[in-house]
Design a protein around this ligand. Structure first.
Ligand code: G1P
Ligand code: ZN
Length: 539
């Protein structure tokens, strides 16, 4: 039944910040998925005795791609696949299933927060036995393999029914179809104080969770409504749809508009939250109140003692360099380790494995802990609910008290999308060359204290990664420039702005950052070079 099929390489199968992400139309090309998967199998080598976890966020092509992966895994000698029922599994649940079963790795079929459907994006994320996505050293090898691929192996059998739980044999390989929600729920019950959160809902506390027609719907229904007793209807857009119902499943102020409008209306619930396509991102809202992900990480870290699983103590905390410095002040106060890494969750994995950190987060609506090796949307929502249940305070009150204690980092991100790749590359290159001259200079009343590339040396494997450019000012303000590594066409320039104040706590972030924005545009020449005077997306 095993067939060897000849193929020709594609030259664009290089993984980005998180796996391979392309327009669905690109992935639909003949042998596109097959080439990529065979290259991974070739790089792993001997697959006998190996177990992998497979699932996806249910987007367009999830069902077709998963069949190919199953048949190819069998043909390549994989011993066992653990598959989410109907091919569904969120990214954090997948990481948990890998760790719980001591599997050798896993594949999550998702382009994360990117839109889905025939005109949207598709993607494949590959994790190893750590439960986290592979390091660049391995993805580079896989990319080389994709450039030389000549044939792939596949089992010539009809499609497999993934709707029934249980075990079966496919082409000599065992497949186990599991309920993707069950293990995840159990893990959450072991971390948080579910009885306390239940009591909160019993007292009439209200929430709205927007699953954005993506994978977390079934997880959220089960956890928030069924187990914790939030009123039916608290979880909205809970049915995963192949095109996410036309939504851009990215939980931020721009794309989660429906939830934001509701939470800023008179009818608002006490608490609002949303997750992205594959369930690893989160947004936290109070009544007419938005918590930036950078602040969320700082608040979570400052409140670890309220959570059963962490009250014994935490190791340390890490953030991506682009994320605001709010959590740095908490780490100092708590006397715990603090790390700054490049953008991408994979850079946290070594720090967690070596027990240097417990919590980590990114400004891009990612928060998580060492319970798994991916960011975890529902985990963050439960963390907030647990803080609220333990303190009896509102989201706004918790955040305001945090600012009073630590000061406030005003923070925003400006994305310039659809820029020609060569223009974006040249802008970054020229800016990097100019940065040293800026040191010590005063611009619009701000003095530059340092300016240059962000270079990270991993304390565990000593690999070195360069990611983005940082300009720091004498008052603690910062500008970070980066090119996105998750887009499926053209380039996106990200500009991250931060300004710290110990006294001015209730101002408008846009107002507070106006001057820094001007400086950021002037020194990078983004308007002149891209023709864009305003960002396409501001979060
Ligand atoms: C973006 C985010 C980054 C996140 C990644 C995957 O990557 O900025 O923080 O880890 O998505 O969710 P970027 O497009 O900036 O490379
Ligand atoms: Zn995601």
């Amino acid at each position: 039944m095993i067939k060897t099929v000849t193929t020709v390489p594609y030259t664009d199968q290089k993984m980005g910040t998180a796996g391979l992400r392309r327009k669905s139309k690109v992935v639909l090309q003949p042998n596109y998925v097959e080439n990529f998967m065979q290259s991974i199998f070739n790089v792993i080598g001997d697959l006998k005795g190996k177990t992998f976890v497979v699932g996806g966020d249910g987007r367009f092509y999830n069902d077709k791609a998963i069949q190919k992966i199953i048949k190819m895994a069998a043909a390549n000698g994989v011993s066992k696949l653990i598959i989410g029922q109907n091919g569904f599994m969120s990214t954090p649940a997948g990481s948990n299933v890998i760790l719980k079963n001591k599997a050798d790795g896993g594949f999550i079929l998702s382009a994360s927060h990117n839109p889905g459907g025939e005109n949207g994006d598709f993607g494949i994320k590959y994790s190893n036995a750590s439960g986290g996505q592979i390091p660049s050293s391995i993805s580079d090898k896989i990319y080389q393999e994709t450039l030389n691929i000549k044939e792939y192996k596949i089992c010539d059998i009809p499609d497999i029914d993934l709707s029934e739980l249980g075990t079966q044999d496919i082409c000599g390989m065992q497949i186990e179809i599991i309920d993707p929600v069950k293990d995840y729920v159990e893990m959450m019950q072991n971390i948080f104080d579910f009885p306390a959160i239940r009591r909160l809902f019993e007292k009439g506390f209200t929430m709205r969770f927007d699953a954005m027609n993506a994978v977390t719907g079934p997880y959220a229904k089960k956890i928030f409504e069924e187990i914790l007793g939030a009123p039916t209807g608290s979880v909205v857009n809970y049915k995963p749809l192949p095109d996410f119902g036309g939504l851009h499943p990215d939980p931020n102020l721009v794309y989660a508009k429906e939830l934001v409008n509701f939470m800023f209306s008179k009818k608002a619930a006490d608490f609002g939250a949303a997750n992205d396509g594959d369930g690893d991102r989160n947004m936290i809202l109070g009544k007419s109140f938005f918590v930036t992900p950078s602040d969320s990480l700082a608040i979570i870290t400052d409140n670890f003692k309220l959570i059963p699983a962490y009250k014994g103590g935490i190791y340390g905390v890490a953030k991506s360099a682009a994320t605001s410095t709010a959590v740095e002040r908490v780490a100092k106060e708590q006397g715990i380790g603090y790390y700054e890494v490049p953008t991408g969750w994979k850079y946290f994995v070594n720090l967690m494995d070596s027990k240097r950190i417990t919590f980590c987060g990114e400004e891009s609506f990612g928060t998580g802990s060492s319970h798994i090796r991916e960011k975890d949307g529902i985990w963050a929502v439960l963390f907030w609910l647990n803080i609220i249940a333990a303190t009896g305070k509102s989201v706004e009150q918790i955040t305001h008290e945090h600012w009073q204690k630590y000061g406030r980092s005003y923070y925003m991100r400006f994305d310039f999308e659809g820029v020609e790749t060569s223009v974006a590359d040249k802008m970054m290159e020229d800016l990097e060359a100019r940065l040293p001259e800026l040191c010590g200079k005063e611009i619009e009343g701000y003095t530059v204290t340092s300016a240059g590339a962000f270079v990270y040396e991993d304390p565990v494997d000593h690999s070195s990664t360069k990611n983005g450019l940082i300009v720091r000012f004498n008052d603690g303000s910062r500008i970070v420039y980066r090119l996105s590594g998750t887009g499926s066409s053209g380039a996106t320039i990200r500009v991250y702005l931060e300004r710290y104040s110990q006294t001015d706590l209730n101002n408008d972030p846009l107002l507070m950052l106006t001057e820094i924005f001007k400086i950021a545009m002037a020194i990078s020449e983004i308007p002149e070079r891209t023709g864009k005077h305003q960002a396409d997306v501001v979060t």
